[in-house]
Design a protein around this ligand. Structure first.
Ligand SMILES: [Zn+2]
Ligand SMILES: [Zn+2]
Length: 316
């Protein structure tokens, strides 16, 4: 099969088809999305990863021991848990100490014609959700994780830092809480997208720091993190939603003196994301900037790396 393989560099080439093990589903990938994590892997955020990249996808199950799954349009939970460790026994498979992660840690990913996943990781997409929305299930689950971890209510003043594709998904999710939301970003066109949807937006250059109950840092860079520290009330909460490719130095005194709560936030539950897509008619397909064929992956990555681009899809 054709696949986009990362081994110090990106290359589309012919590789062996994956072999389905017992309890796994063999999935024919139809669309896959390029995520910032893919760019960070290429930059070295996951040292030593080599293999097929890609963890946001939509596909159709071709073979499975669970006959109900065969022929279904599906998305897939990316964390493959061992089921036996301390965290798995508590139902925290996403934190399994022995986990592999689709297209990120030790498991070939979705930028390929086929992939395999354990059946419990495979989620059928209801017919009412179109492909162009279903492709966002994985990042939307990550966005929904925030309201799973932190109580966000109409009385809260919330600052969302970042205007990238994950940040905009987070904005949609926050809007449903009724909180007083401001989206802070560097790109006017991306902010316009949030503004068109009735959200208050501010360009970084025009921002005068004001104090918020909750600040969500989803910009992925140091300046976003420093702005978060300066923009949160004493006893407030900062949610860190970015994985940072580069380490950086900061003085944690504000966290101590202002008695801040800092919450790290990563992946969320697919069931929640699917339910959210069913119950909220959001124009999230507007987050799609472009689609390319797998053989044009290099062009797709180059476009996706540009700061004015939102989601770039690979049609497999
Ligand atoms: Zn991702
Ligand atoms: Zn485990």
């Amino acid at each position: 099969m054709r696949a986009l393989v990362f081994d110090k560099k990106l290359e589309v080439k012919d590789v062996e088809n994956p072999v389905r093990q017992k309890g796994e589903a063999l999935i024919k990938v139809s669309i896959a999305g390029i995520c910032n994590t893919d760019h960070e892997i290429i930059k070295g955020y996951v040292p030593g990863f080599s293999g097929i990249l890609g963890h946001e996808f939509l596909g159709v199950v071709e073979e499975s021991d669970d006959k109900d799954l065969v022929g279904k349009r599906v998305a897939g939970e990316i964390n493959l848990a061992c089921g036996a460790c301390e965290f798995c026994r508590k139902g925290l498979g996403r934190h399994c100490s022995n986990r592999s992660v689709l297209g990120i840690i030790n498991k070939n990913g979705a930028f390929a014609e086929y992939l395999t996943l354990p059946e419990p990781n495979v989620f059928a997409i209801p017919d009412s959700i179109p492909d162009t929305h279903a492709i966002f299930v994985e990042p939307l689950a990550a966005a929904l994780e925030i309201i799973e971890q932190v109580n966000i209510a109409p009385e809260h003043k919330v600052l969302l830092i970042g205007d990238g594709k994950l940040a905009l998904l987070i904005a949609f999710v926050l809007k449903t809480t009724g909180c007083g939301l401001t989206v802070l970003g560097k790109h006017r066109e991306k902010l316009d997208f949030a503004r068109d949807y009735g959200m208050a937006t501010v360009l970084f250059d025009d921002f005068t720091p004001a104090l918020h109950d909750i600040v969500i840092e989803a910009s992925g860079n140091r300046s976003g993190f420093m702005t978060a520290l300066d923009s949160v009330k004493p006893r407030g909460t900062i949610v860190l939603k970015s994985t940072y490719a580069e380490p950086f130095a900061f003085n944690p005194f504000q966290i101590v003196v202002n008695e801040l709560t800092v919450v790290g936030s990563r992946c969320g539950r697919f069931e929640d994301a699917i339910r959210f897509l069913q119950s909220h008619r959001l124009p999230i397909d507007r987050l799609i900037s472009a689609e390319f064929g797998l053989d044009e992956a290099e062009k797709a990555f180059a476009l996706s790396a540009r700061p004015d681009t939102l989601k770039v899809l690979l049609k497999i």
